[in-house]
Each structure stands twice: as C-alpha cells, then as structure tokens.
Write a protein that binds this ligand. Structure first.
Ligand SMILES: [Zn+2]
Length: 130
C-alpha cells in the first residue's frame, strides 16, 4: 500500500508520476508504479505503489521497485536488457550457471593434467627403452 504520510506529514494526493519523456506522437507517459505524492504542507514526494516506501528523489523509486518483482516474474523476464532489469532470482540463477561452468572447467583441467602426466610417463618410458 502506498504511503499515507511522509515524515509525519499527511499525503493529500497520490497520482502516477509523469515520465521526463513522451511517447512517440507526443503523448505523455505516466509511471503507474511510481506515485507522485502531494503532502499536506504543499511539498511533493515520490512513493512506491506497492508499499509505503517514499523518497524525495523520483529516481530512487525505480530501483526499489525491483524488490517487488518476485511476484511479477513474467513481467520482469520480458525486459532482460541489462543486469539492472534482472530480478534477484534471475541473478542467483545466473550465478549458479557460472558456478556450474567453473566446476565443469575445473574438471576438464584436471583431466587434461592427468592426460599430460600419462603422456610424459609414456614418453619417458619409451625414451628410456630406446
Ligand atoms: Zn515498494
């Protein structure tokens, strides 16, 4: 639930935040999840639509919204353009894939070392026999 007060000052209006850019055709873009909160003392704050998180800085709401992405995994998955758009679950999944690759690489490295050792022994044995 969006905050109903900020620092003890009541929120008198809660509206979607107008983006600093327009859609093609000059149509205004509104961020529904980033709320513009007008307070009883006439100041403005920005808030999260999902919880009572607020900030004086509009730009700090967007990174905060990722906290709520767990419930909207499908939506988060459609915008995999940058690491910042990945949900925490996605990042953990990626980290696990990297771990698995590293483990695989280490296993192959060990096999290569073993093969090298056997080759050396064989070479020594043949060299000694010649
Ligand atoms: Zn929130």
């Amino acid at each position: 639930m969006t905050a109903t007060e900020v620092g003890g000052v009541a929120v008198v209006s809660d509206e979607p935040t107008r983006a600093p850019f327009d859609a093609p055709g000059g149509k205004a873009v509104f961020w529904q999840q980033i709320r513009t909160l007008t307070l009883a003392d006439g100041t403005t704050a920005f808030g999260c639509v999902h919880c009572d998180y607020t900030s004086a800085n509009r730009n700090s709401i967007r990174p905060h919204l990722h906290r709520h992405n767990g419930k909207r995994r499908g939506a988060a998955r459609t915008v995999k353009t940058a690491a910042s758009s990945l949900s925490l679950a996605d990042l953990i999944e990626k980290a696990e894939q990297i771990d698995a690759l590293a483990a695989d690489r280490d296993a192959w490295k060990a096999r290569a070392r073993e093969a090298e050792k056997k080759l050396r022994m064989l070479r020594n044995a043949l060299g000694g026999a010649a």
